[in-house]
Design a protein around this ligand. Structure first.
Ligand code: NCD
Length: 309
């Protein structure tokens, strides 16, 4: 039985197959409409979510399966003091696969250890968010044609942004990928990413504070929200929250085919006047999130094709 805690749990080949499957799902959805007949997905969300939870649910429903779960800690027995491990052990008796989101780093791993069914990490604190990364990779690969030879700018809250941490981990495995890390000093990527992931693997990167300076060199700009819920005090958040605002004027500095991605939700960091720019790909990215989660569910349930899981 396999779980998904980090994008690195999948080999490059498995990842390629999964992205191919997601593209096929996009093009031939009816072929997959009964692949999970009779199967149940549990969504165990101890933290707010719109896209991740609902795209997981839409994914399972599109595959003919059904869903159950909870969307906040206070509507589960966590409010009575039950451990994540016990909750997941019990949910294993009710569902065939589970997605869990939790504010504590490592919670999904703990949940998976006693689980009898595949567990997917749908975000663990400021640590990892592998299914957002699968979504990001599918978006880049589909819209750019490949995952090699790209210069990607990651902008905003690189300290607490788990989508950034997972994406860096995943992209270093491709050839000739260069990172431009754009953040205020206080929100730089954590040392364990800079030293253990980038430097240890000799990955080219630079750190900048000004978005304008980075714009002309980027093939992809990955904007992120300042992660309010992970700040220790409100004053720091207020000081940081509008540090970057991508607008029409800044888009003029970019290459004509640069893509703008954002895991969403956006707050102020992308002005709505960018939404109509053909390079704005963040809503398309949210759509890809459904196909890739369908492909992931099929992969973890060991779907063989043509039959039900
Ligand atoms: C992200 C998350 O939860 O980390 N959202 C998402 O899943 N699409 C990004 C965020 O909340 O800023």
């Amino acid at each position: 039985m396999r779980h998904l805690m980090s994008p690195l749990d999948l080999s490059i080949e498995e990842l390629d197959n999964l992205l191919d499957l997601a593209n096929d799902i996009e093009n031939h959805p009816r072929k997959y409409a009964h692949a999970c007949d009779g199967k149940k997905l549990a969504t165990c969300f101890y933290e707010p979510s719109t896209r991740t939870r609902l795209s997981f649910e839409a994914a399972m429903l599109n595959l003919g399966g059904s869903v159950l779960g909870f969307s906040s800690a206070d509507s589960s027995s966590a409010a009575k003091g039950e451990s994540v491990s016990d909750t997941m052990r019990v949910i294993s008796c009710y569902a065939d696969i589970a997605a869990i989101r939790h504010p504590k780093e490592g919670a999904a791993l703990v949940a998976s250890q006693k689980s009898l069914i595949p567990v997917i990490n749908a975000g663990d604190g400021g640590h990892q968010h592998p299914t957002q990364t699968l979504t990001d990779l599918l978006t880049i690969r589909t819209l750019k044609g490949c995952l090699d030879n790209i210069t990607i700018g990651l902008c905003g809250d690189l300290k607490f942004g788990r989508t950034v941490h997972s994406l860096i981990n995943a992209l270093i495995r491709y050839a000739n990928v260069k990172f431009v890390l754009i953040s205020p000093d206080e929100l730089r990527v954590p040392d364990y990413i800079r030293e253990d992931v980038l430097e240890k693997n000799n990955i080219p990167y630079e750190e900048l504070e000004r978005l304008e300076q980075a714009m002309p060199m980027l093939d992809i700009l990955y904007m992120t929200r300042v992660q309010k819920e992970r700040f220790f005090n409100e004053e720091d958040y207020i000081r940081m929250k509008d540090f970057y605002i991508l607008n029409k004027e800044k888009m003029e500095l970019a290459k004509p085919d640069m893509l703008v991605l954002h895991p969403l939700p956006r707050v102020n960091e992308i002005s709505v006047d960018v939404d109509d720019d053909p390079r704005a790909a963040y809503f398309k990215q949210a759509q890809y999130g459904v196909y890739v989660r369908m492909a992931l569910i099929l992969t973890l349930l060991k779907w063989k094709g043509d039959t039900t899981c």
